[in-house]
Write a protein that binds this ligand. Structure first.
Ligand SMILES: C[S@@+](CC[C@H](N)C(=O)[O-])C[C@H]1O[C@@H](n2cnc3c(N)ncnc32)[C@H](O)[C@@H]1O
Length: 367
């Protein structure tokens, strides 16, 4: 092997050293967050968070015993998750504790603050990155159904707490006149229903009503049909492959767009079609991610970081794959959404009341 006598020149920079250190420290910290994510997925898959929840302080041996897992791996995992700040550590006893607060985020899918379901979906963002890179060069995009299946699964799991507690518990009830209609027996259309969770929850909560979910992704529709059958909904939650601009039926009392309008190529055509499909006095409920009207104001928005990433990697490609290619983006904001609804023929649009820590914009629209 040849040896070199050349000396390396020291790297020279004119950047202020304090600023340089701050920038490197910031990005280094972010790298840590990213490296923790696979550990969180393992904690979920292997039942480690659930075993820690409510158990009090546990040694690695005790947790390995409870889960039937290999202690050496469990110990390393515990240390990784503890230095991330998700577990409390007692150095005297060498024990790790998942506090009730963190358990409500990481160990309980039914909790209103559950976030654990998002983590497995991150795998899809990595898996599909080559295609997204290509779209930056060539244009075009890809639909939800073309992504790694972890994406749809994460969407369903992540939105469950928001839909159980928000959509069913608060948002639909806040739509004027919706509850009496649903209690009496309403026809509901759920546009861009994905795995069908919102449709199924509506049908379960209001047993005299019938919900039809529409989505162009046939795998999602198949999943939704299976979920409705498993829930024993007896035909009250049906699903069809259809685009928002052409779904069948009319005379719907309520039409919902749950986190779907911004994914569409032609959201104005979707809005116009929904308006034409409404019953007299029927209403549309649009659920969209929380976003500011001015990008500069999104720096203070707790959802913005996730929202712009998902927008770049999933929602903008979804719209750009379709006719119209409006590409509203996940972070369209209320003013832009109102423009779309107005262009679709809605003259009365109002912001529906929100819970205390809103992550959504809710708009009730009427012709
Ligand atoms: C973010 S997911 C939301 C799924 C579900 N509503 C939920 O809240 O979990 C967006 C959905 O919109 C659907 N979608 C995209 N373009 C559409 C279109 N033109 N018409 C109807 N649905 C569409 C996608 O296939 C995807 O299932």
């Amino acid at each position: 092997m040849a040896t070199s006598t050349e000396t390396t020149t020291p790297y020279e920079t004119t950047v202020d050293p304090e600023r340089l250190e701050a920038a490197a420290g910031h990005v280094f910290g972010e790298l840590g967050v990213n490296c923790t994510a696979p550990l969180v997925v393992l904690g979920d898959r292997l039942g480690l968070f659930r075993a820690l929840a409510g158990a009090g302080p546990l040694t690695p041996v005790a947790l390995a015993d409870r889960t039937g897992l290999v202690e050496r791996y469990v110990r390393e995992w515990l240390r990784g998750v503890a230095v991330a700040g998700y577990l409390d550590y007692d150095p005297e006893a060498d024990t790790f504790t998942l506090t009730d607060a963190y358990a409500a985020v990481l160990a309980d899918d039914e909790s209103p603050t559950a976030l654990i379901g998002v983590f497995p979906g991150l795998a899809a963002l990595w898996a599909d990155l080559d295609r997204i890179e290509g779209f930056f060069r060539t244009g075009g995009g890809m639909g939800w159904g073309e992504h790694h299946p972890a994406l749809g699964q994460a969407q369903e799991r992540f939105t469950r707490p928001a839909y159980v507690h928000g959509l069913i518990g608060a948002w639909i009830p806040a739509v004027e006149g919706a509850v009496p209609r649903l209690e009496a027996g309403a026809e509901v259309a759920d546009i861009g229903c994905g795995y069908g969770l919102s449709s199924i929850l509506i049908a379960q909560r209001w047993p005299h009503s019938t919900v039809t979910g529409f989505d162009p992704d046939d795998a999602a529709v198949a999943h939704a049909r299976a979920a409705a059958a498993e829930a024993g909904l007896d035909g009250r939650a049906a699903f069809e492959v259809a685009d928002a601009a052409g779904f069948p039926g009319h005379g719907y009392d309520l039409i919902t767009f749950t986190d779907s309008l911004h994914d569409m190529g032609d959201p104005v055509a979707a809005a116009a079609h929904a308006r034409a499909a409404l019953a007299p006095d029927g209403a549309v409920l649009v659920v969209e991610p929380l976003a500011a009207d001015r990008f500069a104001d999104d720096f203070a928005n707790p959802y913005a970081r996730i929202g712009y990433a998902i927008s770049t990697l999933v929602c903008t490609p979804s719209s750009l794959a379709q006719t119209g290619a409006a590409a509203l983006g996940t972070m369209a904001g209320e003013a832009r959404l109102r423009e779309v609804l107005a262009a679709g023929g809605f003259t009365r649009v109002r912001r529906v009341a929100q819970d205390s820590a809103p992550l959504n914009i809710l708009l009730e629209a009427r012709p």
